[in-house]
Design a protein around this ligand. Sequence first.
Ligand code: TRP
Length: 446
Amino acid sequence: MSKNQWSSKLGFILAAAGSAIGLGAIWKLPYVAGTNGGGAFFFIYLIFLVFLGAPLLLSEFMIGRKAQKEAISAYKSIAPNTYWHWIGILGVGTSIILLSFYSVVGGWVVNYFLRSLTGNLSGLGVEEYQRLFGTIISDPIQAIAAHLLFILLTIMIVQGGVQKGIERATRIMMPILFILFIVLVVRSLTLEGALEGVRFILLPNFSEVTSETFLFALGQAFFSLSLGISTMVTYSSYLPKGESLPRSVASVVGLTILISLLAGLAIFPAVFAFGFEPTEGPSLIFSVLPAVFNEMAFGSLFFVCFLALLLFATLTSSISLLEIIVASLTKGRNEERKKKAWTAGLVIFILGIPSALSFGLLDAFFLFDRTFFDLLDYLVSNFLLPLGALCIAIFVGKKLTQEELYNEMTQGSRISSSIFKLWFFLIRFVVPTAIFIVIVQALGIF
Ligand code: TRP
């Protein structure tokens, strides 16, 4: 039995950043910010990333590396004969639901990418892009086929073990993605009327903030950092002892903030310049970005590259979601990996079908006032992720002694005791209280 392990220190950071950076910061953040008031939402999101997300990420890393086991067994080994491993079970269950609708959006990216290769996507007007995108997501055959294709790609990578391949690919693709985003931001900012978009996303207007704004910003922060379902526990369990966890946290959170800002600054100036509505919803980036590329020299070439990189970033996130499911089913028995990856993947494909149809055949089918897709996203992002995160914060504060935590944090890094104390204070008091208040407020319980 070969042990799963990252081949280098950098490999782990890249994989964790790869998991974090994906559709969350690039597709979901702009549309959720757009529908929740813009700047104020964005501001609260950034605060949550730093003060709740970062301490939680460190906690997941510590649990994983300490236990050296996947999401469910990790809790069992730290707190044997208790119910705490239900955090892992909840995480794996949530992961299945999350991937089922994530893959639908992944399918849209695949569809766009294939079309851009054949030159079908260039030279259209703004409304034509909106119409084209409308067809892509509402046509049942295209939506389901693309969802299937995306899941198959994910399965094929996970069945061989995530360590092979992604490390090297991520090292090359991520920097190019960042550079392309910068090009996009520059073009977007130089469009006529761009300033209004900058104001929309960077100038908070707190008069529009409601308790829902906080709930969505909380869910978005956890979504962007892949938190709450022990994905990062599983990834850090492949980490040999001796790597600095706080430094990894700083890298992953820093990169996520950077890409969130770049995404916001690429999209909103263009939204206003082209006369789109920021409240357009899930289709926002898919109709706005092609129009920005259209305004550039070599735009169609840039667009193909951008879609390839976006697809890559999306896959490095989806594989982390499938990985935690497969790791919890195989528990290190690598000979079963292939079979479990296919079984789990196909179950997720089937579960995702109603979400894939939510923009066409089932677009008038509402459950609790939402389409199937929206309902799953709302449930996962705004309740299951925060619930998981809350349990993880409580687990760390209760089940590990301060000494164990201090040892885990300082292993491989020179961290002053005041940083440890600050982290401990955040995770023990601030994080659980904040999550609790946000959820209770939004539910209107008190
Ligand atoms: N963070 C990824 C993104 O932004 C999605 C993701 C991967 C995720 N694993 C997760 C979200 C675990 C929440 C929990 O695209």
